[in-house]
Write a protein that binds this ligand. Sequence first.
Ligand code: GUN
Length: 295
Amino acid sequence: MSAEILDGKATAQQIRTELAEEVRELTEKLGRPPGLTVVIVGEDPASKVYVRMKHRACGEIGIASEVIEMSVETTTEELLATVKRLNADRAVDGILVQLPLPKQIDEQTIIEAVAPDKDVDCFHPINVGLMMVGKARFLPCTPAGCLELLRRAGHTTRGKNVTIVGRSNIVGRPLSVMLAHRGEMADATVTVCHTKTRDLAAECRRAEILIVAAGVPQCVTADMISPGAVVVDVGVNRVEDTTTKSGYRLVGDVEFEGAKGVASAITPVPGGVGPMTIAMLLTNACTAARGHLGV
Ligand code: GUN
């Protein structure tokens, strides 16, 4: 048996087509297109690729997107000044500061400086808190992308044992909260695994849905997956490969070839969760713009 491949690229494309219509309506009502500004600090190659993809995706559906590139030596104060300027700019509906930031910058200070109504990442404590109590205005992009991909493929989480590997603020922790809410793509019994988990393989094998966001290349192998489980691989890792032009290739946190012989459905890397994250960012940009109607 070979698993159903959960095609994030095709699903994201479908969402983008739906959003293009919403962007047209918003543009008419606002008298300008929805605006998203992405700030990138430094030269991290992976971050630069992500930012370029976000910028291109905005353009394709009519969102006015600007990318601000700042030097690797930028200070917290300089980045704060940029964020404050964007907070005050009425043509900017959404602000995204690409993480990670260079080590001299205090990441939390920057996250808290973004106006909550423009926080399309859903990283601001106010938005995290609203999400926590089930009153979310934005959902964090990667967790929302995982659940939307499952939903559109007909895989409900209701009543299921869902195991999450990884407890990051960006993916694992918010996803655990979302899955424990009431609802069709929630109502799960959630286990969160991390570096101190005693028997990771045993916890993974209990999962009917296994979501891996550990940031460790191919750390989940076929023997850790229960036959018939649905596997969502959030990892994007560059590993050296001298046979490719770039000298590297992308692998997930799951050993894909082995896992697809055991799972009933699995996301590929690339082409799984990654494109869904961008589709959810575009969704949040539209939500932010809608919130600014009549303001
Ligand atoms: N770095 C990795 N993922 C993300 C994300 O979703 N948002 C931001 N701002 N930075 C990231």
